[in-house]
Design a protein around this ligand. Structure first.
Ligand SMILES: [Zn+2]
Length: 349
């Protein structure tokens, strides 16, 4: 009996100490045509969570394309767009495999928390590459990196403005110079996506530096990776759901993974390219006022708004450090020191 008890104790310790990586099978993407829903169970020993993943395998062979929503659980248009795509995608028309993560951060989603997972206070989009035996957020990052990014040819991370952010819809990629063919592919998919604005970020991290962001992790692994930003201020805007779906279909059609015709950009003949960004940080905590909206054009030196204390006394004015277009900004009154107040995109050095 003593031996049996010891075996049971060891068995329980194994499950308590080891995270998902040691106790469950890998995500299977190679089975025959059809749909398979999988739930990855995560535990840090005291708290539990999970990651829902759907694999859609088409009738014909082709590449693996992954799309993920809800890394930030308060960004609803990406989540709703993937719900609709899960219903709509016809595997008879699909060449290859789709890996779909409908909500990556279920705890933030159901608890309605901005940016972070309430279980550990960590931002999943700051946690890559993650850790197999870390906190729940670190395990989520590790699981996405190892189970999804490692098995995919194309990786699309879909975000929007969080509940406090006013955001101009855009598609973006990293301008990684040392894998030019992958970067060119990401640029081409961005151009075909149907978004009016194509943003590229400089890629400067080394091979072993933490990538922090999901699609930067995929870029670091040498995979063709993009991100979409569409939606804002904690609501579901049908036009942003539609623009996300259009972009996904356009990318799949461009890759010859789905039947159909590419729907081009809506308001410009060609997309507007913005290859540089300036971030205006909050200088001090207070109540923020601004007449500007996302998509607004600003000039270097222009006053963008101001911050007051709780008594209404003006503390500071916010001045544009560069000319450009507002990609996103804080869209609600409270601001805290060092948060990003404005992201201004522009083209050029
Ligand atoms: Zn986000």
């Amino acid at each position: 009996m003593k031996i049996i008890r010891q075996i049971i104790v060891l068995f329980l310790m194994f499950f308590a100490l080891n995270s998902y990586a040691q106790v469950r099978a890998r995500l299977v993407v190679s089975e025959g045509p059809g749909r398979k829903d999988t739930i990855f169970r995560l535990t840090d020993g005291s708290q539990q969570s999970y990651l829902p993943v759907t694999v859609l395998k088409g009738r014909k062979e082709g590449p693996v394309f992954s799309m993920i929503a809800g890394i930030h659980g308060y960004e609803y248009p990406p989540i709703v767009a993937l719900q609709e795509l899960l219903k709509e995608i016809d595997i008879n028309q699909l060449k290859g495999t789709l890996i779909v993560v409908p909500i990556a951060n279920v705890e933030a989603f159901y608890n309605r928390t901005l940016f972070v997972n309430p279980l550990d206070g960590k931002n999943l989009n700051n946690a890559f590459p993650g850790a197999a035996s870390g906190t729940i957020t670190e395990q989520l990052a590790h699981c996405i990196s190892n189970e999804i990014i490692d098995q995919t040819d194309f990786f699309l991370d879909i975000h929007g403005g969080d509940a406090s952010e006013d955001l101009l819809p855009f598609v973006c990629y990293y301008d990684r110079k040392d894998i030019p063919e992958k970067t060119a592919q990401a640029k081409e998919l961005s151009e075909k996506s149907g978004f009016d604005y194509v943003v590229s970020y400089p890629y400067t991290i080394g091979a072993t530096e933490p990538a922090k962001y999901a699609f930067k992790q995929a870029t670091q692994k040498g995979i063709t990776a993009l991100s979409i930003e569409a939606g804002k201020l904690g609501t579901v805007q049908p036009e942003n759901v539609a623009v996300i779906k259009k972009a996904v279909y356009n990318m799949l059609i461009q890759l010859n993974m789905y039947e159909g015709k590419i729907k081009p950009v809506s308001s410009h003949k060609t997309p507007v390219y913005l290859n540089n960004q300036t971030y205006v940080k909050v200088p001090q905590k207070g109540i923020f006022y601004s007449e500007f909206k996302s998509g607004g054009k600003v000039k270097n030196g222009q006053i963008l708004g101001y911050i007051t204390d709780e008594f209404g006394n003006k503390l500071t004015e916010i001045v544009a450090p560069t000319s450009g277009i507002i990609l996103y900004k804080v869209g609600t009154p409270p601001v805290n020191k060092d948060e990003t107040l404005f992201c201004i995109g522009y083209n050029g050095g």
